[in-house]
Design a protein around this ligand. Structure first.
Ligand code: Q9C
Ligand code: ZN
Length: 345
């Protein structure tokens, strides 16, 4: 399968995140994509550098003030203390929750960071903007290939994207690559785009971006947000709003769900997508439903990802795959490329 890689992903290399109050090494680390690239190469998939500037599409799915903030966030952080902050990661510590104002951009950098974040679990580093932007370019490049007639393309990138909303980062995500792919397909002639998210975590950012729209159907299969991140979105009663009503489908499953039940639930997703008569499909390809994932609680085996790819191919749609989560790094290459090979069988 034609694959666009992210030549700048290694510049996004924060060192630690918080887990139950402790600093722990980042789960979302450069080695993840190194493993996927290695498996792609070993199994004969081509790898190209991004060749599309995603800037115009980014402006359609994210708010200008958020993009402006993100682009210069590291410089803003350094400006506070160029020596000390060069080796320290910024974390938000205050957020505009209910009754607080989110229409004012504070002058304080950490307060701005809170304004544009949903959690304190999304650390940045010096190369974060460049990496995230190159990833969005890779997503736009994959979408362009599919719009021009390729059956499928894969965007192999990190940081992931599906938790990033119109104007916030979160869940290791900064720019919503899958939303960029879907919007790019729309711009290039697809009348309806179905976006299926199989990451273990609900794609809250993607849902929010398209919630009031009927031209992009969002369907997500994920750990029940009553117990699983991102908690505050992803419930079954979220069906869309305005003309988007009926164009959002959440299929939450309890932590501990077996592969058999997972595949059964996925049939409901296919039924909805089939009824939508989409011109193209985007897959938010998280591999954290894997049984060996260190932060997730589904039970797919590596062979199940091949089966997933086979089943997705039977939808018969031009398809863009976008890499999302998956934290069993050493198995990530096998699992991701199993999906692609299953699709092409
Ligand atoms: N420190 C994606 O899979 N935090 N994001 C987990 C572990 C949030 C996962 C807690 C997990 C977000 C793209
Ligand atoms: Zn995930």
């Amino acid at each position: 399968m034609i694959t666009f890689h992210n030549p700048l992903h290694q510049g996004h290399a924060p060192v630690h995140e918080f887990f139950r109050g402790e600093r722990v090494p980042c789960f979302e680390k450069p080695a993840r994509v190194d493993y996927v690239e290695e498996a792609l190469r070993a199994r004969g998939h081509s790898m190209l550098a991004p060749d599309v500037d995603s800037s115009p599409v980014l402006a359609q799915v994210h708010a200008p003030r958020y993009l402006g903030f993100l682009q210069t966030a590291w410089q803003q952080w350094l400006a506070l203390d160029p020596v000390a902050n060069a080796t320290v990661q910024p974390f938000p510590s205050v957020w505009p929750v209910r009754t607080l104002r989110s229409d004012v951009e504070p002058d304080n950098f950490v307060a701005r960071l809170g304004l544009y974040s949903m959690d304190n679990g999304t650390p940045m580093a010096a190369g974060t903007w460049a990496a995230a932007k190159a990833g969005a370019d890779a997503a736009a490049s994959a979408a362009a290939r599919v719009a021009q007639g390729d059956r499928a393309a894969f965007c192999c990138t990190r940081p992931p994207g599906h938790h990033a909303g119109p104007d916030f980062m979160g869940g290791y995500c900064f720019l919503n690559n899958a939303a960029v792919a879907a919007q790019a397909l729309r711009n290039q002639g697809a009348r309806r785009v179905a976006l299926l998210d199989v990451d273990y975590h609900h794609g809250n950012g993607t849902q929010s971006i398209f919630y009031a729209r009927d031209d992009v159907l969002f369907v997500s299969l994920h750990g029940d947000p009553r117990t699983e991140y991102p908690f505050y979105l992803g419930h079954a009663d979220e069906v869309g709003e305005g003309k988007g009503t009926g164009y959002n489908l959440n299929l939450p499953l309890p932590a501990g769900t077996s592969a058999a039940t997972w595949f059964e639930a996925l049939e409901q997703a296919y039924t909805r997508i089939g009824g939508y008569q989409a011109d193209a499909l985007v897959i938010s390809l998280g591999l954290d439903a894997f049984e060996g994932d260190p932060i997730s609680r589904f039970a797919l085996a590596s062979a199940d990802f091949t089966r997933l790819g086979e089943r997705l191919a039977r939808l018969g749609l031009p398809t863009v795959f976008v890499l999302e989560g998956g934290y069993a790094a050493a198995e990530l290459g096998t699992n991701a490329v199993n999906v692609l090979d299953g699709f092409e069988q």
